[in-house]
Design a protein around this ligand. Structure first.
Ligand SMILES: [Mg+2]
Length: 132
């Protein structure tokens, strides 16, 4: 299933890796390096899913998530946080901010497409998948 996915990450290596993996899967990828750029993209198009880095310069990813979830136009767009494995508590903060789930970084490029796919489909999930 091909989807339009917005990837928000200020780290160019992460942004490229995530985008390349998902483009290879056939997804249509939009990229943003910070919250401001993400909002410009979102003003023009609504993606099926946003992969949201939490630590961003300027407005952080959780603040942007709260903003998008409070906006009638964008509230239904699924948002999955990309949380650094080392940052304890980021997962709960992400869910608290309104994220639909989270995927820990560094991503496992073999598993990542399937992890993302769980957020693109309304299907029962396995207990080892990080979806709420
Ligand atoms: Mg970052």
């Amino acid at each position: 299933m091909s989807a339009k996915i917005l990837v928000v990450d200020d780290n160019p290596i992460n942004l490229k890796l995530v985008s390349d993996v998902l483009e290879f899967e056939g997804h249509d990828i939009l990229k943003a390096v910070d919250a401001e750029a993400a909002q410009i993209v979102l003003a023009a198009t609504l993606p099926d899913l946003i992969l949201m880095d939490i630590a961003l310069p300027g407005m952080d990813g959780l603040t942007l998530t709260r903003k998008l979830k409070a906006d009638e136009r964008t509230r239904h767009v699924r948002i999955v946080a990309l949380t650094a494995f080392a940052m304890k508590g980021d997962d709960q903060k992400a869910l608290g901010a309104g994220c639909d789930g989270y995927i820990t970084k560094p991503i496992d490029t073999r598993k990542f497409p399937a992890q993302v796919a769980t957020y693109l489909e309304d299907r029962p999930i396995h207990s080892d998948e990080q979806k709420i």
